[in-house]
Design a protein around this ligand. Structure first.
Ligand SMILES: [Zn+2]
Length: 330
């Protein structure tokens, strides 16, 4: 389960903070101005996903670096082609002659995602953020860029006159044990339930035996299928999608529909009103109507728009209304 919110108001710099519930961990999507986050929130960030490095989406890197420096932390960053050069340019703009004796070591893994490959470099404070351990991997369009025990992240490369990555977080299904049914079956909770969950997660065959603990403290082998049918409740995981700057064109439409497909929450840029669709097209941005219509087609439950152009200052509600109406097909 997660909770996501815009760091700034929808007419200011982009950035979405996604807190993983029940965990001291958060994901960050784009980092414009980050002062809206408390340091304790920044210190929970484990992975940062950047759409593109226009200044309004990336200027927060310095603030993140400043807060994390001198701490034992590791952060993964993902970004579009050219991202490694941008990150190294940030490091190169400071002097690092006194960091080798720091007690704690802040380190980063930076991954640049291309169409067919992804390249990673590691950097650590004590080594003056010099690039090391590079790895290059082939990748297919639908591959996960991050795989965790309880969620995966996918990306698609949109056209914003430069590559602009959209992201999709798919939480894995929840496997809950129904306590009452467990006791009624004469079984007692214990580490064996983790083995059962692991078996279900990995699609093991129904006849696989699981050694369960009984209420009397003994052991008994029961098939995975039988346990699944009697004591397990499986609920679908949530989907979160993030679509930043993109022009409304056929290639982008197809990719946005893939990224946003049946999302519970979609954060999507909507810079202009539909009446200004020509300006939106020229500037490689979406209108609020386009954002809402795409969400409707992708069967998204909720959308939140951001990146509203300053020209609508004081009238931002018009863009919110246009997007919501399009989402509901009004
Ligand atoms: Zn932008």
């Amino acid at each position: 389960m997660f909770h996501a919110h815009l760091i700034n108001d929808p007419a200011s710099d982009p950035g979405v903070y996604l807190k993983l519930k029940h965990r001291r961990e958060a994901l960050l999507f784009d980092m414009g101005e980050l002062h809206g986050l408390a340091p304790r929130q920044i210190l929970k960030i484990s992975n940062v996903f950047i759409s593109h490095t226009h200044v309004d989406h990336f200027i927060g890197f310095d603030h993140l670096l400043r807060i994390c420096l001198g701490r034992d932390l590791h952060i993964n960053l993902f970004g579009p082609p050219g991202f490694i050069k941008n990150i190294e340019g940030k490091f190169a703009s400071y002097s690092w002659n006194l960091v080798e004796n720091y007690t704690n070591d802040f380190s980063l893994s930076v991954t640049e995602i291309g169409e067919h490959t992804q390249i990673s470099f590691d950097y650590s404070c004590r080594k003056g953020f010099k690039a090391e351990n590079n790895g290059i991997m082939a990748r297919a369009a639908n591959d996960n860029i991050l795989e965790r025990r309880d969620f995966n992240v996918k990306t698609a490369c949109l056209d914003h006159k430069i590559p602009s990555l959209a992201y999709r977080v798919e939480e894995k299904e929840h496997i809950n044990i129904m306590k009452n049914n467990l006791l009624e079956a004469g079984l007692s909770p214990g580490p064996w339930l983790e083995k059962l969950k692991e078996g279900i997660r990995n699609n093991k065959p129904n006849d696989m035996p699981i050694v369960a603990t009984t209420v009397e403290g003994g052991n008994t082998a029961i098939s995975l299928g039988k346990l699944k049918a009697s004591i397990v409740k499986i609920s679908a995981g949530k989907i979160f999608s993030y679509v930043a700057d993109a022009r409304y064109n056929p290639g982008n439409i197809k990719k946005i529909l893939y990224i946003a497909d049946k999302a519970d929450t979609l954060f999507i840029e909507a810079s202009f009103l539909q009446e200004d669709y020509r300006t939106a097209f020229e500037k490689y941005h979406l209108t609020a109507h386009q954002a809402g219509s795409l969400a409707r087609e992708a069967q998204v439950k909720n959308i939140e728009i951001f990146h509203i152009s300053p020209k609508y200052k004081g009238c931002e509600y018009l863009l919110h209304a246009e997007a919501q109406e399009a989402l509901r097909g009004m």
